[in-house]
Design a protein around this ligand. Structure first.
Ligand code: KG4
Ligand code: ZN
Length: 333
């Protein structure tokens, strides 16, 4: 009998559903929420309302695309956390009703574990143990991955996440939210001519709040002399910001590979869609003899396919949860 699982992701502002059969993703459908753009960031209340509206149609399309009937589903998986409480509640409530209606078990998934295991959505797969730099709008971590369900955070940010650094800098530059992909695009047309100080932080940890402040003061200074400074130099400013963030991420990742003597190196999370980071990983990998892994674009940003990959492993390990499960807005790996 094949194992077929429906997975739901609703931790932030993407409503997503996926179907996985025997570890192979049959469908992965995501509805993005455009409603936040006008506010310059995710508004939690708006996010949960949008999830409410979208979850049923998104699941329907995922089942249709997979060519799977509800009655063929053996378990339903959901993101338990970390994330926005209201958003998580929508996914969890849906999963509870679905499980109850069909008499099937539920599987809880940690969103950060899912970003890491997104590498098993499509070949080539990393071999264990590997290091994964998970960089998203809410998190920046280096994870030592010993096995599918055995991983440890060995470095983390003490303030902002890398995605936040992109988004907040974008806001200073007058760019739309989320600014990460826009900065990436503009950076391609510019040169990293402006120098920003590299954050100073011990061990394998990260810090981005100082960078944001130094960019703010830099812009204030330049705008005093030339009110059109941003317009005239936007591409170069974006290239400089991206260069600084990518260099900092790579510095820590290199230190982690040296400390743990591991040459299997992966990146995951929304910021792993960044072309500067992808190129830096490939180039450093070639220089230092690493095997590098970058997920396909659809598995970088939030998606239920990655939730489904974790769920398949948990199904094999018989790790189910009951109807009394509550969301965990904070849930460390
Ligand atoms: O993983 P994700 O979709 O959601 C969270 O769990 O946070 O990551 C979203 C983050 C946003 O901060 C967005 O600006 C950033 O990923 N991002 C990028 C790029 N694409 C998405 N940052 C830089 N360059 C990109 N190409
Ligand atoms: Zn995420």
């Amino acid at each position: 009998m094949p194992i077929t699982i429906l997975a739901i992701e609703s931790s932030c502002d993407d409503t997503s559903a996926a179907v996985i059969r025997d570890g192979v993703i049959l469908s992965n459908v995501t509805a993005n929420q455009e409603a936040h753009r006008q506010y310059g960031g995710v508004v939690p209340e708006v996010a949960s309302r949008e999830h409410q509206m979208k979850i049923v149609p998104v699941v329907d399309v995922a089942l249709q695309k997979a060519g799977v009937d509800k009655n063929e589903i053996n378990a339903v998986a959901f993101t338990r956390g970390p994330g926005l409480m209201g958003s998580l509640l929508v996914g969890l409530s849906f999963a509870k009703s679905f499980a109850l209606g069909l008499g099937i078990p539920m599987i809880e998934v940690n969103h950060m574990q899912a970003h890491v295991l997104a590498h098993f959505a499509e070949a080539p797969y990393p071999t264990f143990p590997f290091l994964c730099l998970t960089v998203s709008g809410g998190h920046t971590q280096i994870v030592l991955v010993r096995d599918y369900l055995d991983m440890e955070v060995i470095g983390t940010t003490i303030d902002d996440a890398a995605g936040e650094a992109f988004d907040k800098t974008g806001k200073l530059l007058g760019l739309d939210y989320p600014a990460g992909p826009i900065i990436d695009k503009l950076a391609k047309e510019g040169q990293p001519v402006f120098k920003f100080p590299q954050p100073k932080i011990d061990a394998l940890d990260f810090s981005f709040s100082g960078l944001k402040t130094s960019i703010l003061y830099f812009l204030k200074r330049e705008l005093k002399n030339n009110p059109d400074f941003i317009d005239e130099n936007l591409n170069d400013i974006c290239a400089s910001v991206q260069h600084t963030i990518v260099r900092f991420l790579m510095k820590k990742l290199i230190a982690a590979t040296e400390q743990h003597k591991i040459r299997e190196v992966a990146i995951a999370g929304g910021v792993s869609a960044n072309s500067g980071l992808r190129n830096a990983l490939r180039q450093t990998g070639e220089e230092l003899g690493w095997n590098t892994y970058i997920p396909a674009f659809q598995y970088c940003t939030d998606n239920a396919g990655m939730i489904a990959v974790v769920a398949h492993q948990k199904y094999l390990a018989k790790e189910f949860v009951g109807q009394d499960t509550t969301p965990l807005a904070r849930w460390h790996l």
